[in-house]
Design a protein around this ligand. Sequence first.
Ligand SMILES: [Mg+2]
Length: 414
Amino acid sequence: MELSSKINPHRTILHCDCNGYYASVECLLRPELRNLPMAVTGNPENRHGIILAKNQLAKEAGVITAETISEAKRKCPDLICVSPHHDLYQEYSIKINNIYREYTERVEPFGIDESFLDMTDLWQNYAASPAQFADLLRKRIRESIGLTISVGVSFNKILAKLGSDFKKPDATTVILPEDLTTKVWPLDITNLLYVGKVTAERLRILNINTIGDIAKTDPDFLASYLGKIGENLSLYARGLENSEVQKYSELDEAKSIGNGMTFSEDLTGWEKIREGLSGLVDEVVTRLIKSKKVCNVIQVQLKSSDFQIFSRQTTLNRHIQKRDQVWPIVWQLINELWDETTPIRLLAVTVSGLENQGEVYTQMSFADIVSSNLSVADDSNKSKNSAKQDQIKNLIFELNQQMGGDFLKLGRNQ
Ligand SMILES: [Mg+2]
């Protein structure tokens, strides 16, 4: 139809979707579960708890997401139910997105285990075709993380998303403009993003059953019949959705706050590295304070002059916010990461595990203690003073514990 001439075929959008995410992460950390039918469930003690995710064996036994444990166990009596570990899923999600970000700055997470990537004019740097790039990315995630992803490749987000559902697990599906009428239009309407149960029922009443049926229905009628969603579905079905993939660095900072810098000259020597990192930490901490968040995961990433990426992160048992809390950990991580000789092209610092300030227990900052210690320095009450000193010692001990070594020591005046 003539409207298809408005399709923008020049974009290369990927939708990457982790396969059986929760269950896969659990099996990654407990490999003994891999060869047993297992599911991640709301509350394993309660047979009314529901299935949040299942592995391939459970799937083959007929277990489906969102049914109750008792329903699932009727079909699969040996089903092993485990509680979810959301912090881990978050951690792996960040790791996976950080890999995507090595290829493009336009990485837009869509839920914890899915992301859109805009690889327009970028895939050529890595592969002979967009499909080959998707294959490379799948291999990369499989080998470095141990999880599999399905990738849809198309000219907009909606069709890339639809493509990633085509073939699972660990598969690539390409939808070109010319595939729209042959591959997409015959599909049932529920394959289209945002066609939920209610919308589907309303469309079926009108005998609109396939995506092609939506495409061929008058857009104005759909808009008046379903409202804004009708208008959108018409655009989606005709391949005309054209929204941008957001830059990861500009996303809602609820999940992580990060700052990276590519240096015009490769950095060499500890002094330059310290300077580079110091500026990044300043900005991350400023944004952390500004957004009234505290963090407990800190990650440092570096890219060498030959484009190899290395990263290391640590999860603390407390939430922190201040610079003198974040800096020693960043410094420790770079000490573990950098071999002192490789020239560095890019440095990045990211904090995550964010919580609202005041809602979790945070440890006192080193500066807080030192300044309050100074304020009582003239106090003749020695015991008060030594209590402060104990606090400082405790803090140093704790920081050293967190960093796994004796990196901080008391000065001789203390
Ligand atoms: Mg998924």
